[in-house]
Design a protein around this ligand. Structure first.
Ligand code: HEC
Length: 111
């Protein structure tokens, strides 16, 4: 009995850790890593491989929180910038991607 309680507690603590991603966010991260990672820094740290491409953690709240961004992922992102091929996301993938992006906003590079 004691053991079960402890496990539950640990799972909860882990779930609340700021860097822990849920399954959907993890899916979004993988998608973005595959499709965008060769130009953009997708994670919470690191530089973008393409010098002009902003790291995803710096996209900022306004773009992500007004739902515009998920819609743009579904429509295809090619209109955003010329250097980029067209991507089309399903609604689920777009939502997963945006959920992930929201979760990493504001994370600064560790010193
Ligand atoms: C071939 C390289 C390349 C790939 C692949 C790429 N990007 Fe970009 N992206 C760029 C560059 C370069 C910029 C900045 C210059 C510009 O805006 O034209 C940029 C800028 C952006 C911006 C900020 C500009 C804006 O209008 O909001 C967003 C958001 C973005 N990319 C999303 C994505 C997403 C999402 C993917 C994957 C689905 C992706 N990019 C894949 C090169 C790329």
């Amino acid at each position: 009995m004691k053991k079960i309680c402890l496990t539950v507690l640990m799972v909860c603590a882990w779930g609340n850790a700021s860097y822990a991603l849920d399954r959907e966010q993890q899916h979004g991260k993988e998608l973005l890593g595959t499709l965008c990672g060769r130009c953009h820094a997708v994670g919470q740290t690191g530089r973008s491989p393409h010098v002009d491409a902003p790291p995803f953690r710096t996209l900022g709240d306004s773009k992500l929180y007004d739902n515009d961004f998920a819609a743009r992922l579904e429509e295809g992102l090619s209109t955003i910038h010329p250097d980029m091929p067209t991507f089309r996301f399903s609604r689920e993938d777009a939502e997963a991607a945006v959920n992930y992006l929201k979760s990493i906003q504001g994370h600064k590079q560790p010193k």
